[in-house]
Design a protein around this ligand. Structure first.
Ligand code: ITT
Length: 198
């Protein structure tokens, strides 16, 4: 089955393709669709719904969307829903490494280093019909980057029970425990119960 995924992030696409490996994951750029919804929501789930509705209106078939980010306790949950735009307030978008460095500087030597990834994911089936799930992955912010896998903030989120950062996990390991993997599997269970979609 072809599943539309409302994202421009190739890393997210690769992860969802690993999670739903029996399906074909298609994103707007695969079909030359210009897709750049303005994420005006005030929560992860609001923004996931904005992305899903926007692509549903174009492709007119079921769509998955996710909105995700890193919430750092000592920074009052920041960058949170602004994770992709963190540090870009003055115009120039930072790359992932620059964002990590900015966050490490903001945290400094603060001994409180707990943080979690969040993923809100929706399966949008019609204008008044959707399933939603939101999940987390808990960890601690390291003092410096470590690991070469994953993307975004993965090199700075350390998982005590694994003894490594998210960036040091294999793709399969990350998908098994991650915010995105858990939200996607919860969604598949919900949709499997209510529809013939999965
Ligand atoms: P789309 O909106 O097109 O899906 P995006 O990258 O802008 O792509 P978000 O608005 O959901 O996606 O922003 C999420 C940001 O949070 C992402 O760019 C990363 O910086 C970070 N993030 C989310 N999930 C992550 C993960 O699994 N590992 C590392 N960083 C993650």
């Amino acid at each position: 089955m072809i599943i539309w995924f409302a994202t421009g992030n190739m890393h997210k696409k690769a992860e969802l393709a690993g999670i739903f490996s029996h399906h074909t994951i298609k994103i707007p750029s695969d079909e030359g669709i210009v897709f750049d919804p303005v994420e005006t929501g005030t929560s992860f789930i609001d923004n996931a719904l904005i992305k899903a509705r926007c692509l549903f209106d174009i492709v007119k078939s079921p769509v998955i969307a996710d909105d995700s980010g890193l919430c750092v306790d000592a920074l009052d949950g920041k960058p949170g829903i602004y994770s992709a735009r963190y540090g870009s307030e003055d115009g120039r978008a930072l790359n992932a490494h620059e964002r990590n460095m900015l966050l490490l500087r903001a945290l400094g030597n603060n001994p409180c280093r707990t943080a979690h990834f969040v993923c809100a994911m929706v399966l949008f089936l019609g204008s008044d019909r959707f399933y939603a799930a939101q999940e987390t992955l808990e960890g601690e912010i390291l003092m410096k980057e470590d690991g070469r896998g994953g993307f975004g903030y993965d090199p700075i989120l350390y998982l005590p029970e694994r003894g490594s950062t998210v960036a040091s996990l294999s793709e399969e390991e990350k998908n098994f425990i991650s915010h995105r993997g858990k939200a996607a599997r919860a969604l598949a269970l919900l949709a499997g119960a209510g529809t013939a979609y999965f």
